[in-house]
Design a protein around this ligand. Structure first.
Ligand SMILES: Nc1ncnc2c1ncn2[C@@H]1O[C@H](COP(=O)(O)OP(=O)(O)OP(=O)(O)O)[C@@H](O)[C@H]1O
Ligand SMILES: C[C@H](N)[C@H](N)CCCCCC(=O)O
Ligand SMILES: [Mg+2]
Length: 208
């Protein structure tokens, strides 16, 4: 029986993929077969042969050794904008059932599947749906990446409340240092530990 997690963050660009790679490496080192999924990616580079390449997909694939990009990334959009806008511009409706069936396929071959959202917990996927709805559709416990910088306490506690409201288990959080020298880092971490109702799974240093 495989386990799966939905990885969200306090914002976009705060190190979800960076943390995903570290989590995947850790599980791999424990002898687990790992798979990653980036169901919806916005922001691609177009290669000379016309292929669309998303950086998150490439980084996740490099960490897991998966080869089938289409299986782990069913929706890929060119502009680096909110997925609901990218999907609307492309005339695409994001189908949660399709994502769930791909997830099941990945889970059949892995001990742990890590699903990375796009943006934060309430990043929209359409005019009426949000990342949180996709996480609920998949029914996965949630891991929150906190991009450690000024303002993150508020973002983290708001996100934690919204995760609890969703009814999904809040499996844990990652403290990812996105700035080199956050003043009073230890105190910020202690405040988060005191208020977040889930265990700190990983503390990642700033990497210059
Ligand atoms: N601990 C860290 N030290 C230094 N740089 C970091 C760290 N974590 C993330 N970064 C850098 O910050 C940028 C954003 O990180 P990342 O792509 O993982 O964010 P994300 O939350 O996955 O974004 P998105 O919402 O687009 O998926 C990247 O350039 C990454 O290398
Ligand atoms: C383009 C970016 N890197 C992500 N892929 C999408 C971020 C969506 C954020 C939506 C929002 O909350 O405003
Ligand atoms: Mg990412």
């Amino acid at each position: 029986m495989s386990s799966g997690y939905f990885l969200t963050g306090t914002d976009t660009e705060i190190g979800k993929t960076y943390s995903a790679v570290r989590l995947l490496q850790r599980w791999r080192a424990q002898g687990k077969r790992v798979a990653a999924m980036k169901p919806v990616a916005s922001g691609c580079e177009v290669l000379a042969d016309g292929r669309w390449v998303n950086d998150d997909v490439e980084r996740l694939i490099a960490a897991t050794g998966q080869t089938d990009r289409d299986a782990m990334n069913p929706y890929r959009f060119l502009p680096p904008v909110s997925p609901h806008i990218a999907a609307r511009e492309a005339n695409v409706a994001i189908d949660f059932s399709l994502i769930a069936s791909r997830y099941v396929r990945l889970a059949e071959e892995a001990d742990v599947v890590l699903v990375e959202g796009a943006g934060g917990w309430l990043a929209p996927l359409s005019d009426t749906t949000f990342m949180a709805d996709l996480a609920r559709h998949l029914g996965l416990p949630v891991i929150l990446v906190v991009g450690m910088r000024l303002g993150a306490i508020n973002h983290a506690l708001l996100t934690a409340r919204a995760i609890l409201d969703s009814g999904l288990p809040f499996a844990g959080w990652v403290a990812n240092r996105v700035v080199p020298d956050q003043p009073f880092y230890a105190e910020n971490l202690a405040t988060l530990k005191a208020h977040l109702p889930a265990p700190l799974l990983l503390e990642l240093p700033y990497q210059p």
